[in-house]
Design a protein around this ligand. Structure first.
Ligand SMILES: [Zn+2]
Length: 189
């Protein structure tokens, strides 16, 4: 039976790279995938999943109004669709994660969701919270803090590289900067 996967990590752990690799693996075997990434502002442009190693490819965009059940269609996954791949999955709504869970278990369509676990204040994103609750399999992708420990947190910093503790969970159109840090460095600021 298909599963709902959540592969989470701090920023810059290579989530988008991993997603593109999985897409490639499916397509190499003649399967089709559908790739989604978050639309973070009101512009209806094209979305891209971009690997810091170079490759990028176009993706469909989702926002809070996206109905995955309607988009993917009824019944089995649609002709040749083998998997749904979602980047920036922390921005899914609770309902959307429930839909993906339903599609995995009632329609045999797996979904692999890549995203952050927590925001710059150490709080779960709504999408991540529901993925932690419903995912059939979870993997933590590893990245390293400047101090050498495993980075698990996302620290927002200002232009002078000082920790920022107040502000919106998502800074739309802002120029927020982030560092992936370990718990110790996160608390020390
Ligand atoms: Zn550290």
């Amino acid at each position: 039976m298909a599963k709902l996967f959540f592969r989470y990590a701090a920023m810059n752990a290579g989530k988008s790279t991993a997603l593109l690799q999985v897409a490639h693996n499916y397509e190499e075997r003649g399967h089709r995938v559908r790739i989604f990434t978050a639309r973070l502002d009101d512009r209806y442009g094209r979305g891209f999943v971009t690997s810091r190693l170079g490759p990028q490819r176009e993706a469909e965009q989702f926002d809070a109004s996206t109905d995955f059940l309607a988009l993917i269609g009824q019944g089995e996954a649609g002709p040749g669709i083998a998997c749904i791949l979602i980047d920036e999955a922390q921005f899914l709504t609770k309902h959307q994660v429930q839909q993906l869970h339903e599609m995995a278990h009632l329609r045999n369509l797996p979904a692999i969701c890549y995203g952050l676990r927590t925001d710059f204040q150490g709080e779960l994103f709504p999408g991540s919270a529901t993925l932690l609750a419903l995912a059939d399999e979870m993997d933590e992708m590893k990245t390293i803090c400047d101090c050498g420990r495993k980075a698990t947190m996302n620290m927002r910093v200002d232009a002078a590289n000082r920790k920022v503790t107040e502000g919106a969970q998502v800074e739309i159109g802002g120029n927020a900067r982030y560092r992936s840090v370990c718990g110790r460095c996160f608390r020390q600021g």
